[in-house]
Design a protein around this ligand. Structure first.
Ligand SMILES: Cc1cc2nc3c(=O)[nH]c(=O)nc-3n(C[C@H](O)[C@H](O)[C@H](O)COP(=O)(O)OP(=O)(O)OC[C@H]3O[C@@H](n4cnc5c(N)ncnc54)[C@H](O)[C@@H]3O)c2cc1C
Length: 370
């Protein structure tokens, strides 16, 4: 990629949030680089892991699996190909260029624009990998997060069959395997016995959400003290939620189905559905040069317009965020599309040559007494 090429918008991450941001900006005649790590890393986007559970509640795509959804997003960007346009006697470039790469570093240049460095091949501890750079006038961060995972045996001492299916047990999104999202997959387990793995007050959200589907719930802390505050522990007790603090040693499975757990004390516990919430890790290591503000769970604090905020609460010029990586939003596909559209349009609008006069209230909603 030629260094002299300056994109209007660099979008990092091509899940629903980033894809929508790229499409919305390109639709306003912006030249967009849409960078995605799914071809060069295990970061495939969260929806990708919905392997056999069909996504039912995303706009338009109802009944689609994760891999099909990722393909549909990719095809959608093809409707905005890179092209030359003439605008006011000037030649410009519009449309989306896709690149497969893992964002490593984002730097602000003296002229205020951004330089993005990304790996173009899988990262390796043993050898230096190829990198390239791209320049952009604005950035939309839509790289999502990775889910934490319980430390449960999937390999060494497991029987051959479990080894064969270890990927199924390790990753969520199978109708009879692990799930990560009670809102997404709770409907598969109406009136069934759910195992919920996690600890601390953190787990309360999942348990509370599970009440829409069943009253048969067991929280498993996997060997840790439950860590819940007295009111949360009492609330779960009142609702008849069982608590199991023993160490889980291994999965018990049959073919593609996860059936239960073998505990360290030898007991075998069986359930109908398995949910986990062990926290998350935001995919924002490439922002290390910026003083970005994080929420308690490590996500990016943003303004109502999805500007990324710094630690003093001020917007970082030229930087927006969309999707799961934004603190305080629902971690669902429709919300990612919505914030992606907002971030993409805000980034695009910031590049307009002239703005509305500030003193006449254009664009302002009428006040009650207007
Ligand atoms: C198993 C499972 C099932 C789900 N089911 C549903 C459902 O039924 N309904 C629903 O509404 N929601 C569901 N969700 C939630 C939904 O998938 C997410 O809310 C949504 O995908 C978030 O979109 P996003 O664009 O913010 O991030 P993601 O979809 O996670 O995409 C992030 C993208 O960023 C890329 N990336 C990460 N780091 C880098 C980097 N350093 N450089 C370049 N690219 C990078 C990744 O490759 C990825 O493509 C489910 C989630 C899971 C895990």
């Amino acid at each position: 990629m030629a260094m002299s090429e300056v994109f209007d918008v660099l979008v990092i991450g091509a899940g629903p949030g980033g894809t929508q941001a790229a499409v919305s900006a390109a639709h306003q005649m912006r030249h967009v680089l849409l960078l995605d790590a799914s071809k060069v890393s295990r970061r495939r986007g969260r929806a990708f892991w919905s392997k056999t559970v069909k996504i039912e509640d995303a706009p338009v795509f109802a009944g689609i699996t994760g891999a099909q959804f990722a393909k549909a997003l990719r095809e959608w960007t093809e409707a905005q190909p890179v092209r030359s346009i003439e605008r006011g006697g000037e030649e410009r470039v519009a449309g989306i260029r896709r690149a497969d790469g893992f964002a490593l570093d984002l730097e602000r240049l003296d002229n205020g624009s951004f330089q993005l460095t990304y790996a173009t091949e899988p990262l390796s501890r043993d050898r230096q990998v190829g990198t390239t750079t791209a320049l952009g006038r604005t950035v939309v961060v839509a790289s999502g997060f990775e889910d934490g995972w319980p430390d449960i045996e999937t390999n060494n001492s497991a029987a051959r069959m479990y080894r064969k299916y270890q990927m199924v047990y390790r990753y969520a999104g199978n109708s009879r395997g692990w799930h990560l999202c009670i809102r997404c997959d709770g409907h598969l387990h109406v009136d069934e016995h759910l195992a919920i793995v996690g600890a601390g007050d953190y787990i309360f959200d999942v348990v509370q959400g599970a009440q829409d589907f069943t009253d048969r719930i067991t929280v498993l802390t996997n060997g840790r003290p439950h860590g819940m505050s007295p009111p949360v522990r009492a609330a779960l007790g009142e609702r008849g939620v069982a608590l199991e603090e023993g160490q889980i040693e291994a999965h018990i499975g049959q073919g593609l189905n996860l059936l239960g757990f073998r505990m360290a004390d030898g007991r075998e516990l069986y359930f109908d559905g398995f949910f986990v919430d062990e926290g998350l890790k935001a995919n924002d290591e490439f922002l290390h040069r910026f003083d970005v503000a994080h929420s308690d769970d490590g996500l990016l604090r943003c303004s109502d317009d999805h500007e990324v905020l710094d630690s003093s609460g001020e917007p970082i010029p030229g930087m927006w965020a969309a999707g799961d990586i934004v603190a305080g939003e629902r971690n669902l596909i429709a919300s990612a599309f919505a914030s992606g559209q907002d971030a993409g349009l805000e980034a695009s609008d910031s590049l307009r040559r002239w703005a509305a006069p500030t003193d006449v209230g254009i664009g302002r909603l009428p006040a009650d007494d207007d």
